[in-house]
Design a protein around this ligand. Structure first.
Ligand code: C2E
Ligand code: MG
Ligand code: MG
Ligand code: MG
Length: 288
């Protein structure tokens, strides 16, 4: 009886597995077509120096244009690309696009580029980033690589190897989504970073929530004492911006300062460069 029930369960499981395999195979073929037809693009969101209000860099954010003007978010397709083993191809294509775009910007403007945890642990990553950068003619001090904490404890030795190679070449490293991982503080001792990016979830409510407020204050002062820069992501409201400026946060990123857009457009105002977001078609306008 028990055996029969068990067998039925297993038999029921097999069609589900086949569905899954089929879905993966279909996705893989769609993904390969998208790579071949260059359907993956990069959008750029400004990083603003909160002391001078000048744009100092842009973060490159992957987009999959499924039909004209309609984009699938990276939170959906990056994990799937990891699962089907195509993240190296995708990353190379996106990185080449982002390097090309960066070469159009003034020389002091930097590019921040996200790297999947899976790739950070691959020993081929650093040499291939460095050789593409050299081939494209992008100076190392214009590049910052953003990584998340999960990469660091997947394979700490491999991650350390990659980070050292990148930093030795003059590339900066930012620890993204800081505070959301399992062991943020120990990672600060074990690895060398140039920047911490405070996750949006802390910025969302920190004006109205005393605890969040204290956490944000502490991260900013911790970064200061460690001698690393700090960025706040997800700034949407003027009161968040004002408080972050008062607290001495170095860099700001968020819809208030500029949404991700297909091209980084600069607007020259007297001697300062200001990101011209009101004149630009933003992601929300493009997808509506
Ligand atoms: P992230 O690296 O933390 O990037 C910031 C995300 O927050 C972006 O979402 C950006 O559009 C969004 N954002 C920025 N400011 C605001 C704001 O004020 N309000 C709100 N609601 N959102 C804001 P996006 O583009 O959907 O990217 C999501 C995540 O996907 C990224 O988080 C990053 O982890 C990953 N990702 C994006 N592009 C790439 C890539 O080329 N490679 C890899 N491996 N991951 C990528
Ligand atoms: Mg990022
Ligand atoms: Mg981030
Ligand atoms: Mg984030």
């Amino acid at each position: 009886m028990a055996k029969k029930a068990g067998r039925e369960k297993v038999m029921g499981f097999i069609p589900a597995m086949q569905d899954n395999l089929l879905a993966t195979a279909l996705f893989r073929s769609d993904f390969k077509k998208a790579l071949a037809s260059k359907a993956f693009t990069v959008h750029y969101q400004p990083l603003v120096d909160l002391r001078t209000s000048k744009t100092v860099g842009f973060e490159a954010l992957a987009r999959w244009e499924v039909s004209p003007g309609k984009f699938t978010p990276p939170s959906l397709f990056i994990p799937l690309a990891e699962d089907i083993g195509l993240i190296p191809e995708l990353t190379e294509q996106l990185f080449r696009l982002a390097c090309l775009e960066t070469l159009n910007w003034p020389a002091q403007i930097t590019l921040s580029f996200n790297i999947s945890p899976i790739l950070l642990c691959n020993k081929l990553l650093a040499p291939s980033i460095i050789s593409i950068m050299d081939e494209m003619g992008l100076a190392a001090d214009r590049l910052e690589i953003e990584i998340t904490e999960s990469a660091l404890f997947q394979d700490a030795n491999a991650a350390r190897y990659t980070l050292k190679k990148l930093r030795d070449a003059g590339i900066k490293i930012a620890l993204d989504d800081f505070g959301t991982g399992y062991s943020s503080l120990s990672q600060l001792c074990n690895f060398q970073f140039d920047k911490l990016k405070i996750d949006k979830s802390f910025i969302d409510t920190f004006r109205d929530n005393e605890k969040q407020d204290k956490i944000v204050r502490s991260i900013i002062s911790l970064a200061g004492s460690l001698g690393v820069k700090v960025t706040a992501e997800g700034i949407e409201y003027a009161n968040q911006l004002e408080l972050l400026k008062d607290l001495g946060c170095d860099i700001g990123q968020g819809y208030l300062l500029g949404r991700p857009a297909a091209k980084a457009i600069f607007h020259q105002v007297t001697s300062s460069i200001i990101y011209n977001f009101p004149l630009q078609k933003t992601e929300r306008e493009m997808s509506s």
